[in-house]
Design a protein around this ligand. Structure first.
Ligand code: XLS
Ligand code: NI
Ligand code: NI
Length: 467
């Protein structure tokens, strides 16, 4: 197939005449047609290929350190950006129209979207997907109506899962878009709104179980505050813990074994979110006795918003036993918001996959592409290319990380750096058997410690060898 030139998929959409605003008319797709004509099953063509619609590095069946790439990566497609995102940003209107989307909040539209999503994932070869309740089905006028809408779409999702073998990585409740949640969901000062949030979570737990969802995510976009002046921080955090405990009790009651994941984010939309970063969440879980029942879903673009480097929260949560899943995206260093871009930096994917290899895998979590194509990437083929590029980036990261571990050059250097704790007085410190008096006696006897280089430049040189 031809290289990076536009293909039939984009040409097809371009065939329709744009309206006065330059938009293509909605619903140009017709029953019986493919949603992505001109794009077949994405194949692995190897590193020498320049075909944009082929994998150059992700070879699903290839075995790396005892597992296939597919098993290590467990990629997921997210419904919200990929099938609801239309390119709107804080400064501009939507730029994208999808041929199957008539822009209404009808169930018919929701059904078409779901079918388009499953064709997309099948062609891409991704085995997992993720959604918020309101991504897949429209909100109704009452709780019953909303739940009935969701049930109707979930019945179709269940059928499509059965036909394709694609599974639900996780689902979650949208407690941030509806105006009722403007002051928070579980941390809302109004107990009635808390109850609405809990009602939505209850339904998601039921639906997640029905669809065999392997995890449930809790991202608290409005669980935080805009002003300390009007906020009782302690009560809000207590309420958030109460909400989590209700969710756990209900999960256990209905016999679901889905892993619960909190997704940290420091801010946006609220100025301060209680789930600021991985260590803040871990502290919260310990404070409320929830540390055995939750893991974390780490999103690197949130990590960088918290002022840490891309890999920081992945590393820290893994080493403390809390890494459950990854929302595999990236930010732009020059933009201060959650741009949710598809990852393409091989050093970052290498560092991520090194952590994944070291902890023996992510299951039941995965690498979920909580990513959107740029506002200017308006063609259907861009949806494929973005995912293919990111999957290739993680495949390269996986191979690189496996070489780093197999060669054992860097790991051995790190081990050597800490070797004073392996034996003698250091081992006594690690065992918790040394006192302040012992330390003083040791220093009086040993004198000044010798200076040891951190050798960061050498590590960087070695990293470049692998990437
Ligand atoms: C927003 C979050 C959100 C969660 C799911 O920044 O990343 O998309 O992943 O609610
Ligand atoms: Ni996310
Ligand atoms: Ni995000």
């Amino acid at each position: 197939m031809s290289s990076f030139a536009p293909t039939a998929a984009s040409g097809d959409a371009a065939a329709a005449a744009p309206d006065a605003n330059g938009y293509l008319p909605g619903l140009t797709w017709k029953e019986g047609e493919e949603f992505f004509p001109g794009v077949g099953k994405i194949a692995y063509e190897g590193p020498s290929s320049l075909n944009a619609l082929a994998f150059k590095h992700y070879n699903a069946e290839e075995v790396v350190m005892g597992k296939t790439m597919e098993q290590w990566c467990r990629f997921g497609v997210c419904f919200w950006h990929t099938f609801r995102g239309k390119g709107a940003d804080p400064f501009g209107a939507p730029t994208m129209r999808r041929p199957w989307d008539d822009e209404t909040e009808s169930l018919e539209n929701a059904f078409r979207r779901a079918r388009a999503a499953f064709e997309f994932m099948t062609k891409l070869g991704v085995k997992y997907y993720t959604f918020h309740d309101r991504d897949v089905a429209p909100e109704g006028a009452t709780v019953d109506e909303s739940n009935a809408n969701l049930d109707a779409v979930v019945a179709l999702l269940e059928k499509l899962q059965g036909e394709t073998g694609i599974k639900l990585l996780w689902s979650t409740q949208n407690l941030f878009s509806p105006p009722r949640y403007m002051n928070g969901g579980a941390t809302n000062p109004d107990a009635h709104v808390f109850a609405m949030a809990a009602t939505a979570a209850k339904k998601v737990l039921e639906v997640n179980k029905r669809l065999g969802g392997e995890n449930v995510v809790f991202w608290g976009g409005r669980e935080g505050y805009q002003s300390v002046l009007n906020t009782d921080v302690k009560r809000e955090m207590d309420h958030m813990a109460a909400f989590f405990k209700m969710c756990l009790a209900y999960r256990n009651k209905i016999g679901s074994d889905a892993q619960f994941l909190i997704e940290p984010k420091p801010r946006e939309p609220t100025k301060h979110q209680y789930d600021y970063d991985a260590q803040t969440c871990i502290g919260f879980l310990h404070t409320y006795g929830l540390e055995k029942d939750f893991k974390l879903n780490i999103e690197p673009n949130h990590t960088t918003l918290a002022g840490h480097d891309y890999e920081h929260d992945i590393l820290v949560s893994s080493k403390l036993g809390f890494l459950g899943s990854v929302d595999a995206n990236t930010g732009d260093p020059l933009l201060g918001w959650d741009t949710d871009m598809f990852p393409s930096d091989i050093k970052k994917t290498t560092l991520t996959m090194k952590v994944v290899l070291e902890q023996g895998g992510l299951a039941p979590g995965g690498l979920n592409f909580d990513c959107k194509v740029r506002r200017e990437s308006t063609e259907l083929r861009d949806m494929f290319i973005a995912h293919i590029g990111a999957m290739d980036a993680f495949a390269r990261g996986l191979r690189n990380a496996a070489r780093i571990l197999a060669d054992n050059k860097m790991p051995a250097m790190v081990a050597e750096r800490y070797s004073s704790y392996d034996t003698g007085f250091g081992a006594k410190i690690e065992a918790g058997e040394a006192t302040l008096e012992d330390c003083e006696a040791f220093c009086k006897e040993q004198g000044e410690p010798k200076q040891t280089s951190g050798r960061a430049e050498e590590y960087e040189m070695i990293m470049n060898h692998y990437c």
